[in-house]
Design a protein around this ligand. Structure first.
Ligand code: COA
Ligand code: ZN
Length: 310
C-alpha cells in the first residue's frame, strides 16, 4: 500500500458560535459571544458559523444572530456563515448581508421532524425555494448540511443509500449554485470506516466541478478526529470543529459537542496540512469559551501542559 499523503490544505469552519452557543441553556449575553468570536478571529480562524436564523421560540440562544453579523461586518478575508432551516431564515440571512447560507435538512425523518418540524420532503421543497431566492439575489453559493448522515438518535444507523436519495433531490434543486455538501454526524456515533464508505460511495455518484464536500462531526464516542481524517482522505475539503469542543445538539438526545477545533489542528499540523490557524491563540480562545457559564466542553489539548502542545 502506498503511504497516505496528507492534502496540502484543509478549510476549518469553527461552529462554536452556532452549534456550541445554542447548547448552553440560558442565552449568553451578546457581548460575551462577541468576545469569543473575536478570540477565534485573533487565532486566524477564517470560516465561522456565527449563528442561525431560526425561530427564537425554538432556539432563543440564537436570537441575536443578526446583531452578531452586524458587529462583525466588513472583516475582509473572513467568511461568516449562518444556518437556516427555511426560506424565512434565508431571507433574514440575505437581509443581514450573510453570503454563506447554510441550509440544514436531516436525512432521517424522525430527526428532521424533531429538529425543524417538517418532513424531509417538505424541507427539500424549502431548499428549492431558497436556491431560487439566492440566485435572484446574485448569491451563487450554498452550503448544505445533511444532518444525521450516519446515525439518528431515533432511527438508528443511516445507510449511504438514504443520504443518496436526499442528495439526488437536493442537487436537482441546486443546479447553478456552488455547493458545499456537509455529511453531518449529528449524534457522534459514526465510525471512521463508515465515514470513508459514505464519502466514497456518494462521491462516485455525485461528482462535478461546482460541488465540494465537508464533514461535520460530533465526538460523542471519541471518534471525532479519526472520522475527520477519514473524511479528508476520502474527499472532504472542509471540516467543522468547535473550539473547546463546546456543544451538544438540543434536538439529538445524547450527542455531545463537535470535535474540538484545537485537537483537529494538532492532528493536521502533524501532517503539515495548512489550515492557517494559530494553535496557541486558538487555545486562548478555547479557554475563553470554556469559561462560559453553563457550557459543556471537551478538548484534549486544553488539558495538556502548553509547552507540550506543539
Ligand atoms: N427565523 C426567525 N423566525 C422564524 C423563522 C426563522 N427562520 N422561521 C419561522 N419563524 C417564526 C415564525 O414567524 C413564527 O413566529 P410567530 O409565532 O411569532 O408568528 C414562528 O417562528 C413559528 O413559525 P412556523 O413556520 O410555524 O415554524 P414551526 O413552529 O413549525 O417551527 C422552525 C419550524 C424550523 C422555524 C423551527 O423548528 C426552528 O427554527 N428550528 C430550528 C432548529 C435548529 O436550529 N436546530 C439546530 C441546528 S441543526
Ligand atoms: Zn452539529
Amino acid at each position: 500500500m502506498p503511504p497516505i499523503t496528507p492534502p496540502s490544505m484543509v478549510d476549518i469552519v469553527d461552529v462554536a458560535p452556532r452549534d456550541g452557543f445554542q447548547s448552553i441553556h440560558d442565552p449568553l449575553p451578546t457581548a460575551d459571544k462577541q468576545r469569543c468570536i473575536q478570540a477565534l478571529i485573533d487565532a486566524s480562524v477564517t470560516r465561522l458559523e456565527i449563528g442561525s436564523f431560526v425561530s427564537p421560540k425554538a432556539l432563543p440562544q440564537m436570537a441575536d444572530t443578526g446583531d452578531l453579523v452586524a458587529a462583525f461586518a466588513n472583516r475582509p478575508g473572513i467568511r461568516f456563515a449562518a444556518l437556516v432551516p427555511n426560506l424565512k431564515g434565508a431571507e433574514l440571512a440575505l437581509e443581514h448581508g450573510v453570503r454563506d447560507v447554510v441550509f440544514v435538512v436531516s436525512v432521517s425523518e424522525a430527526h428532521n421532524q424533531n429538529n425543524v418540524r417538517r418532513s424531509v420532503d417538505e424541507s427539500l421543497k424549502e431548499l428549492a425555494a431558497i436556491a431560487k431566492r439566492l440566485q435572484e439575489a446574485g448569491n451563487s453559493y450554498l452550503r448544505l448540511d445533511l444532518g444525521t448522515s450516519f446515525d439518528c438518535s431515533f432511527d438508528g444507523r443511516v445507510d449511504w443509500q438514504q443520504v443518496d436519495r436526499v442528495m439526488n433531490t437536493a442537487l436537482n434543486h441546486c443546479r447553478g449554485l456552488d455547493l458545499e455538501v456537509a455529511l453531518c454526524d449529528t449524534t457522534g456515533r459514526a465510525t471512521p470506516y463508515q465515514v470513508a464508505d459514505h464519502f466514497t460511495r456518494l462521491r462516485e455518484r455525485h461528482d462535478y466541478e461546482r460541488l465540494k464536500w465537508a464533514f461535520h462531526g460530533h465526538d460523542t464516542y471519541g471518534m471525532g478526529i479519526a472520522n475527520a481524517l477519514f473524511a479528508i482522505h476520502h474527499g472532504a475539503s472542509a471540516i467543522d470543529g468547535s473550539c473547546a469542543g463546546l456543544g451538544g445538539c438540543p434536538f439529538a438526545p445524547g450527542a455531545t459537542g463537535n470535535t474540538a477545533t484545537e485537537d483537529l489542528i494538532y492532528a493536521l499540523n502533524g501532517g503539515g496540512v495548512h489550515t492557517g490557524i494559530d494553535l496557541p491563540r486558538l487555545l486562548t480562545a478555547a479557554d475563553r469559551i470554556a469559561a462560559l457559564p453553563g457550557g459543556k466542553t471537551a478538548s484534549h489539548l486544553r488539558h495538556v501542559p502548553r509547552e507540550r502542545v506543539s
